[in-house]
Ligand binder design. Structure first.
Ligand code: G3H
Length: 540
């Protein structure tokens, strides 16, 4: 592909980065263990930004810092700290009344907000997310924390009463599960990590969290806040190689909850490492290949607009991204022309540039992998239909719309997780419907059309294939109060503000036959506030 006229000079030259966005390398040489920020003198991993510097030899990734490569022994020490803090459910944290845990979480949110500038800037440099979207990720995370607090208050209020059924008095609440291992992905390293970490903590579990390889440095400004806001051992941060750290943690059998957002292949490996899989609760957000199906009567402008957002927001690096488009042949030419124009209108460049959409990619060799996917599709007759599609420079890859894509091509089946838009023509709706049914993925689908009867006929079978059917709208996770899950290889467990509280806890109850002795005992316990579980206290 001929390089886009401006790609050769896309990266900054020394001194050309606006001062407010410049980043001094971040040396993360501490880790949080058992309430202590411990200094690390062992091996470190250097972090290279997706942003390159323009040098005489071409673009070269900028070194932005380093983080510890902790050892297996330290990981196991961390596990002991988390297990001690949980103390088989008798620790300070799991026995703290809900109100007390909420106070700690709010204290943390307050401290976190003070670090917004630092975190957002590192996030931008570490994964190449635009400054605007990095800010949105931060704000969405704060909002998630506050919504979680409200959801827990509601849950607790509903549990602050007794039920009497068949002569048995019961009080039913939710209790923690134990030690949780939380691992987020590189594309939402802050938000997705916190959508498991916060509910795990607030429900009384203790946590080890392992940041992703790309997206670890941004936690540096938050380590102190974690240390100050939570009792010792309640939260511990394990940086390093997954193989060195995570394998031994899982093999210990002492992890009670695995919260992992990543590939189903890695999730399977991790689960198998646990010696008692039945003791392990898994909360997984995994692979997806969400299709858009564009029907002949669709509003083409709207479909193009949503498909561009769906395929190319954060360079297509979202688990919820639209990763394949099925277009009815009768409108394919018009759709391709408008899509191509829409891509051309997108601003590309460095993540700090105002209004930028397409930015450099953080994953190693990603540009090569994407180019290989295009070459493979071209071998079987697909063409890049937008000008400059697939052109690249260093870590930057210009979006490519591929047409016509068919089942013998890798990109028809594989999750590209990047700015390639595979487009498949269809004449019979049975073709995309078969794709959805036969797919290994089952997260979401987008349907574009205008006829209510046709859409209704498709909605009913599709809701049994995926977990969200979007009408004339791109696929997405939000709003965070909506359930977020998937079938087949796409997820295990449901995450939303309120569902997450459920997946990180278990229902447990106190029950007693309704006789005079029991009534007197329960009355005495409740009246004199003798138990935090058996209680009618109401959180305002
Ligand atoms: O990568 C998966 C994210 O949860 C997607 O979230 O749809 O709000 O961008 P989003």
């Amino acid at each position: 592909m001929t390089p886009h006229p401006n790609l050769s000079s896309i990266f900054p030259t020394p001194g050309s980065i606006p001062l407010e966005f410049d980043l001094k390398p971040v040396t993360q040489d501490t880790y949080l263990i058992d309430g202590e920020l411990r200094h690390w003198e062992g091996p470190m991993r250097e972090v290279l930004s997706p942003v390159c510097a323009q040098t005489a030899d071409g673009p070269s990734r900028v070194l932005i810092g380093s983080f510890p490569l902790l050892t297996e022994d330290i990981a196991l020490e961390m596990l002991d700290a988390a297990a001690r803090a949980y103390d088989h459910g008798n620790g300070l944290w799991p026995t703290l009344p809900v109100e007390g845990r909420i106070e700690h979480i709010l204290d943390f949110a307050y401290r976190m907000k003070e670090k917004r500038r630092e975190v957002v800037k590192i996030l931008m440099w570490e994964i190449g997310k635009s400054y605007q979207d990095s800010g949105r990720e931060f704000d969405r995370t704060i909002e998630y924390i506050l919504d979680t607090v409200d959801a827990l208050k509601n849950l607790d209020r509903a549990s602050s009463r007794f039920t009497i059924e068949q002569g048995i008095i019961g009080q039913i609440r939710r209790a923690p599960l134990g030690v949780a291992l939380c691992m987020g992905p590189f594309n939402y390293p802050l938000n997705e990590t916190f959508t498991t970490l916060i509910p795990a903590l607030i429900m009384g579990n203790t946590v080890i969290f392992k940041p992703p390889k790309y997206g670890a440095l941004l936690f540096q400004p938050l380590l102190e806040a974690f240390r100050e806001a939570f009792p010792a051992g309640v939260i511990n941060t394990a940086c390093g190689e997954g193989r060195t750290i995570v394998g031994p943690l899982m093999a210990s059998g002492k992890i009670d909850v695995l919260a992992f957002i990543g590939t189903s292949r890695v999730a399977d490996v991790l689960k198998k490492q646990h010696p008692n899989p039945h003791r392990l609760r898994s909360v997984l957000g995994l692979d997806a290949k969400n299709p858009a199906i564009i029907l002949p009567d669709a509003d083409i402008d709207l479909a193009v607009q949503e498909c561009i957002l769906g395929t190319l927001s954060f360079n297509g690096q979202r688990c919820t991204a639209l990763k394949i488009l099925f277009i009815h042949s009768s409108i394919a030419d018009l759709f391709l022309a408008k899509l191509s124009q829409g891509i051309d209108d997108l601003k590309y460049g460095m993540p700090w540039e105002d209004g930028v959409t397409i930015t450099p990619l953080p994953e190693e060799n990603k540009v090569d992998t994407l180019s290989e996917l295009i070459a493979d599709a071209e071998k079987s007759g697909a063409k890049v239909v937008n000008p400059s599609g697939g052109a690249s420079s260093g870590t930057f890859f210009y979006p490519a719309a591929l047409y016509p894509v068919s089942r013998e091509m890798r990109v028809y089946h594989e999750e590209q997780f990047g700015p390639i838009i595979p487009i498949v023509p269809f004449d019979d709706i049975a073709e995309p419907m078969r794709y959805v049914t036969e797919s290994n993925y089952g997260q979401q689908v987008s349907l574009f059309g205008n006829d209510a009867d046709t859409l209704a006929r498709l909605i009913d079978p599709l809701v049994n294939q995926v977990c969200r059917v979007n009408l004339n709208s791109q696929c997405q996770r939000g709003p965070d109060t909506f359930p977020f899950t998937g079938r087949k290889d796409s997820a295990e467990g449901t995450l939303s503000v309120s569902d997450a509280l459920r997946v990180f806890s278990i229902r447990t109850l106190v029950a007693a036959k309704e006789n005079d002795i029991n009534k007197a005992i329960i009355t005495s316990i409740v009246r004199e506030n003798k138990s935090s579980f058996l209680s009618t206290d109401f959180i305002f």
